[in-house]
Design a protein around this ligand. Sequence first.
Ligand SMILES: Nc1nc2c(ncn2[C@@H]2O[C@H](COP(=O)(O)OP(=O)(O)OP(=O)(O)O)[C@@H](O)[C@H]2O)c(=O)[nH]1
Ligand SMILES: [Mg+2]
Length: 218
Amino acid sequence: MSVKVVVGKDILAVNRKRAEDLRARFKQMGIKVVNILSSPGAGKTSVLEATIPKLQKVRAAVIEGDVATTRDAERLSHLGIPLVQITTLGACHLDASMVWKALEEMDLSRVDLLFIENVGNLICPASFDLGENLRVVVLSVAEGTDKPAKYPAAFLSSQVVLINKTDLLPYTDFDLKRVLGEVRAMKPDMRTFTISCRTGEGIDKWVEWLEEWVREAQ
Ligand SMILES: Nc1nc2c(ncn2[C@@H]2O[C@H](COP(=O)(O)OP(=O)(O)OP(=O)(O)O)[C@@H](O)[C@H]2O)c(=O)[nH]1
Ligand SMILES: [Mg+2]
């Protein structure tokens, strides 16, 4: 039992070291990195589809992470940006070594902002630093009001929450006011945006904030 705990800690320590190497590498390249977390289907790829074509001041690239298939990368291939799919073959999260390896396949010489779409899961990805500068968690209104309280690590380790699928609010019992209150109680400086990738509601505000963040982030 105690051996298992030690091994688990080692895995995280090794990852943390690799993530620091990544962060230094990204800094040297002048690239800001956003790690996107959510449960399966909350809308991570849809956020990328809605966001990237609207970016005017920054040039984007994407690393896609999935347990299986290259479908998310295929959805973004028409954007003509540097794009790599990591298929984890069962692993429930990306780790820093996988990202390091993916960089070998990418030309980031003309990129300001690298998005990493993590594997759909609100638990494991929260523990693995990918050398990012910003962590964004997407919560869709179909998932239920209680999710930030039930999966606190994903929210506490993020700086931005995107509440997606607001077009579905009339058909769910999602309590937007309560979620916003609970998230702010957990983390008072959390940035929140309510968006619908389907209707485009709230996307401009999010994109404007993101471009400003890329410009200002150290
Ligand atoms: N109604 C509605 N549907 C949405 C919205 N955003 C995404 N969807 C739908 O939700 C489903 C899942 O969206 P994805 O973008 O694939 O979600 P994901 O988080 O990338 O999923 P995984 O990568 O599998 O974890 C798709 O059918 C989308 O069309 C939205 O704002 N409103
Ligand atoms: Mg996806």
